[in-house]
Design a protein around this ligand. Structure first.
Ligand SMILES: [Zn+2]
Length: 478
């Protein structure tokens, strides 16, 4: 056995294009992939891939190192151009509790070669339940979040539901099954081939990836070893990631090893026995929404604390938790407010039993990924607060949301590229104007609703220049 595996949840971050002689390899490790050492105890899937490649194509690793170094240099420039700092600021400044609940339609493609891989509906259903539970912090084990991190925990308010109609408009359960002649979808030749994502290669074509979250369930074992439990690619163009991890729509989605799908999957045994809580999917869907590992994949750097995950409220962390719950581990000492490593985080490589949280900024990053990159994905946008707001026109760069504690409603123009001025008017349901303000531009404007009678109101946003209505929202003030 090559790997003394513990719990091998993986993010394989390889986007590999290669011929026998010309090897072009890039790994999706942000600016964070310096020289890779092929540690035998390295649990991350991409190293598995690298080892296979090096065996088959000696010299591969040196070439890979060169490629990643180049990618790192050019991506540093790219990130600067794309204004990551600006985005971070937006995320930091955006109030945590603007409250749209996004509902995402999900289709599971169960690709099976033998009956044991053709998972029962109940496992798939429990997997969806776990996603809904953990993304909305309804998991019972939030009590295990250490006190120092409790205030950082976030509720993503992202809901997952089985797709009800397929791309042709035909009713569906959201679970499709496909018999394949392929015994395993482990990538051969070391590259991430994504064969499960196309019908012609023995898998199943994705449903429109801009409108569905596709989750492929298949056998990812290599030589009967469970080296790889899942992987996912971030949104195309996401600035937390290097261009090498941006892949075409047809490859968007999540891939899961069939043994770790759902709760108490009896196939999760031996080395992967602890991966039986369905949290591999939670981790991978986190990647799908743009999150990086909390140690930023720079475990091979000389200074492991140099690269951050672009999230401020996860502590700086040098390496993954190594599939432990390492109480007191503190791989990076932060100059101010030093915190231990956050093994509770779904984006760490800790065991599933000790994972129980996303942070608030991770939540904001995922929600920003929806409004910036996966805009067509939600089929429903609901707001549930003291003041209920129902979108009738989607214009996500302008947010209207309540501040619970202050009886205010905020109109925030979030996108600095919006140059138009906007007028905002509030009406009651009898059509009487309650208040209005003209020529808003950037930033936020607050309306005090303390004196408003309980009931429904409609906010109307118009472009000042031509009076065009760009958004109407119904509000409920209780
Ligand atoms: Zn990962």
């Amino acid at each position: 056995m090559i790997f003394p595996v513990g719990n091998l949840r993986k993010r394989v971050l390889a986007s590999v294009a290669m011929g026998l002689l010309s090897v072009g390899v890039v790994l999706a490790q942000g600016g964070a992939t310096p020289a890779v050492n092929l540690h035998a105890d390295e649990p991350c899937g991409f190293v598995t891939v690298l080892q296979q490649l090096e065996q088959q194509y000696p010299g591969f690793k040196a070439n890979y190192d060169l490629q990643t170094q180049r990618a790192k240099e050019s991506d540093a420039q790219k990130l600067a151009l794309q204004g990551l700092d600006r985005r971070k600021k937006i995320i930091r400044d955006t109030l945590y509790y603007y409250d749209t609940v996004y509902t995402i339609p999900v289709v599971f493609h169960v690709i099976y070669n033998v009956a044991n891989e053709n998972l029962h509906d109940s496992l798939i259903i429990s997997q969806l339940e776990v996603l809904n539970r953990d993304f909305n912090r309804l998991n019972a084990d939030t009590v295990k979040t250490r006190a120092i991190f409790k205030s950082r925990a976030g509720t993503a308010r992202i809901q997952f539901e089985f797709a009800k109609v397929d791309p042709n408009g035909v009713a569906t359960t959201g679970i499709v099954r496909k018999l394949t002649s392929k015994a395993t979808f482990a990538s051969t030749g070391g590259s991430i081939q994504d064969l499960m994502k196309a019908t012609v290669t023995g898998g199943n074509d994705p449903w429109d990836p801009t409108k569905y979250l596709n989750i492929w369930v298949c056998d990812l074992s290599v030589n009967n070893q469970d080296n790889l439990l899942g992987y996912a690619f971030p949104p195309y163009g996401h600035p937390s990631w290097t261009s090498s991890s941006w892949v075409a729509d047809s490859r968007q989605g999540v891939v899961l090893h069939y043994k770790v799908v759902g709760r108490n999957n009896p196939r999760a045994t031996g080395a992967i026995a602890s991966s039986n809580k369905g949290r591999c999917a939670v981790h991978e869907v986190g990647h799908f929404f743009g999150l990086r590992h909390i140690w930023a994949d720079d475990q091979y750097s000389v200074n492991k604390c140099l690269v951050d995950d672009y999230i401020d409220d996860t502590p700086l962390q040098g390496i993954g938790a190594g599939f432990t719950c390492n109480l007191g581990g503190n791989t990076c000492v932060e100059p101010k407010n030093d915190m231990p490593d956050m093994f509770e985080n779904y984006m760490d490589y800790s065991t599933e039993a000790c994972q129980n949280m996303f942070t608030r900024q991770q939540v904001q990053m995922m929600r920003t990924s929806i409004t910036d990159f996966r805009t067509e994905l939600p089929i429903k946008r609901e707001i549930i607060t003291r003041m209920r707001i129902f979108d009738t026109v989607v214009y996500d760069e302008v947010l209207i949301y309540p501040v619970d504690t202050e009886s205010d409603v905020v109109v925030e123009i979030r996108n600095e590229d919006i140059l138009e001025q906007l007028d905002v008017q509030f009406f009651d349901l009898l059509g009487r104007k309650v208040t209005e303000v003209y020529k808003l531009s950037k930033n936020e404007t607050r309306f005090d609703t303390q004196t408003w009678a309980s009931g429904y109101y409609v906010a109307v946003l118009k472009r000042t220049s031509d009076g065009k209505v760009i958004r109407k929202q119904k509000l409920f003030v209780d």
